[in-house]
Ligand binder design. Structure first.
Ligand code: NAP
Ligand code: MG
Length: 402
């Protein structure tokens, strides 16, 4: 069989620990035998980040901007313990944070849904994707504790000399205060990423805030989304998908009653809270995919989980592990499909479909990693280690491609 050709390189970002081990297994078994893989390789493993003073992360993000599609392995975000473990020169920032700020993107998290793992909410049939606005609000808030009676004011002094002032509260005694902000530019980028992703994945887009209470602040989010939607309206109509705005509390109720199969765009705090609820209700962190979409249409795919440290130490001790590679495989299939779409390579898009199909075939036959075995219903699953799981996928992939 001839290998599938690529024209533009994919930005490949290697990572750390157990996911780095899986990364190589996935490439060797599921990609390189079938695709003439063209990648521009960046090693974002902690050792290399430390060696390069974290320049490698910035270069990788720039490459994603240049080529438009990247795929990333999970990476360690250093903490105090990692400082000594890796003898680091500095406590480097989260690579995901660095990449996100360079691409100015929004993260979309989607669970991989299979028939034998039932979501906690029994009417959910399709995945629900959460898009969280990752700038501002309470995360960039400033706070004050007041301990006596007095007046709190919100004050703005413009460069032009414009002065605005409102009384927040006339305190009769002790209390708390919080000031927060957001930027039209950031909200607009968020909106563009959401509409782009909805078109890409041909799903409805829901957006929710509390604009009945927060008329100016949340009202601005609603207005910007409505304005940006005008750029995408025709395409939405052509695809038969809708943009739907509603209040956050109404959205929560509707999400629970829904069948799934849409994107839910949330403000920063709502997205923080709701993404944990949605991912837990769908079953497993190891089955959650993640893609960063920039407002100008660049894509970075990854698994939502981390480097699975506990399994890595077992691996180092010579033990077999049953770490689930699904989300990392889907990061690759997502990236290859998008590369195929951008370059007009149908074979590459088909390969991505077949690779995902082979994963579903394998799980459908009850061959699964340990984390999934206890979640499966209506089937007697067989737990296998990572290597055997990947080998089982390869067999089914070969059959599909023959
Ligand atoms: P984690 O790597 O996601 O793992 C937490 C636990 O979840 C694991 O110990 C394992 O449970 C289970 N799990 C996660 N993924 C799994 C998989 N693919 N297969 C089977 N089980 C899986 O989170 P963490 O241990 O908190 O973080 C480890 C490192 O990852 C940290 O250094 C952190 O900075 C980094 N991290 C990176 C990213 C990223 O790059 N996107 C995201 C999050 C965390 P059991 O141990 O019970 O089997
Ligand atoms: Mg959270």
């Amino acid at each position: 069989m001839e290998k599938i050709k690529m024209t533009t390189p994919l930005v490949e970002m290697d990572g750390d620990e157990m996911t780095r081990i899986l990364w190589k297994m996935i490439k060797d078994e599921l990609l390189l035998p079938f695709v003439d893989l063209k990648t521009e390789y960046y090693d974002l493993g902690l050792v290399k980040r430390d060696e390069t003073g974290d320049k490698i992360t910035v270069e990788a993000a720039e490459a994603c901007k240049k080529y438009g599609v990247g795929v990333k392995c999970a990476t360690i975000t250093p903490n105090v313990q990692r400082m000594s473990e890796y003898k680091l020169h500095e406590m480097w920032k989260s690579p995901n944070g660095t990449i996100r700020s360079i691409l100015d993107g929004t993260v979309f998290r989607t669970p991989i849904v299979i028939p034998t793992i039932k979501p906690v909410v029994k009417n959910w049939e399709q995945p629900i994707t959460i898009a969280r606005h990752a700038y501002g609000d309470v995360y960039k808030g400033v706070e004050l504790r007041v301990e006596e009676a007095g007046t709190a004011r919100l004050v703005f002094d413009g460069e032009s000399g414009k002065h605005d002032e409102v009384v927040i509260h006339n305190f009769k005694g002790a209390g708390v205060l919080q000031g927060m902000h957001n930027l039209d530019k950031s909200i607009r980028s968020f909106a563009h990423s959401c509409f782009k992703f909805a078109i890409d994945s041909k799903q409805d887009l829901w957006f929710s805030t509390k604009d009945t209470i927060s008329k100016k602040y949340d009202g601005q989010f609603k207005a910007i989304f409505e304005e940006v939607f005008q750029d995408y309206k025709a395409e939405f109509e052509r695809l038969g998908i809708t943009y739907f705005y509603t209040l956050i509390d109404d959205a929560v109720a509707r999400v629970i009653r829904s069948k799934g199969g849409f994107i839910w765009a949330c403000k920063n705090y709502d997205g923080d809270v709701m993404s944990d609820m949605i991912s837990t209700a769908f079953g497993s962190l190891a089955m959650m995919t993640s893609v960063l979409v920039s407002p100008d249409g660049n894509y970075e795919y990854e698994a939502a989980h981390g480097t699975v440290t506990r399994h890595y130490y077992k691996h180092l001790a010579g033990e077999e592990t049953s770490t689930n590679p699904m989300a990392t495989i889907f990061a690759w299939s997502g990236a290859l499909r998008k590369r195929g779409e951008k370059d007009g390579i149908k074979e590459l898009m088909n390969f991505a479909d077949q690779l995902e199909g082979a994963c579903f075939d394998t799980l459908g036959e009850g061959i699964a990693t340990k984390d999934l075995v206890n979640l499966m219903e209506g089937i007697t699953p067989k737990a296998v280690n990572s290597a055997d799981f990947i080998a089982a996928i390869r067999q089914r992939l070969e059959k599909r491609l023959a």
